[in-house]
Design a protein around this ligand. Structure first.
Ligand code: FES
Length: 147
């Protein structure tokens, strides 16, 4: 079996929603200290809390590019709450899987979305529970990755 699914290769070669939004309502930037990869996510949100546009830049591996591309496709046109409910597992499933040692790359995509929403809340002065947005420690990250 090939290491990467057709969908992963497709999103890696032709990533959707690449770029930046100059007048974004929220920008999230996250990095993985171990591999040094960085992901930046931009969201545009309307008055109904719907994400009308989303773009990303990923300075990282192919799996990080494929997962951020898929994540943006999955939450474009969705509400903030739906975006927050997006898990890295759902993104991996939508890509027909990732090799185990690449699951952590999908966590970066989930975290980038959450960081962009947090930034949106901060800019708009919307109250939230900081516990919902704290950074995961090593152990949780591993649980998340199933490693
Ligand atoms: Fe760093 Fe994939 S190896 S995000």
């Amino acid at each position: 079996m090939a290491l990467y699914s057709e969908k992963v290769m497709d999103h890696f070669r032709n990533p959707r929603n690449v770029g930046q939004i100059d007048d974004a309502d929220g920008i999230g930037e996250v990095g993985n200290a171990k591999c040094g990869d960085i992901m930046r996510m931009y969201i545009k949100v309307d008055e109904n809390r719907t994400i009308t546009d989303i773009k990303f830049n990923t300075f990282g591996c192919g799996s990080a590019i494929a997962t951020s591309s898929m994540a943006t496709e999955m939450i474009k046109g969705k509400t903030i709450d739906e975006a927050l409910a997006l898990s890295n597992k759902a993104v991996v499933e939508a890509l027909d899987g990732l090799p185990t040692h690449k699951i952590h790359c999908s966590v970066l995509a989930e975290q980038a979305v959450r960081a962009a929403v947090k930034d949106y809340y901060d800019r708009k002065g919307i109250a939230y529970d900081p516990a919902d947005f704290r950074e995961m420690d090593e152990e949780e990250l591993h649980e998340h990755c199933g490693l």
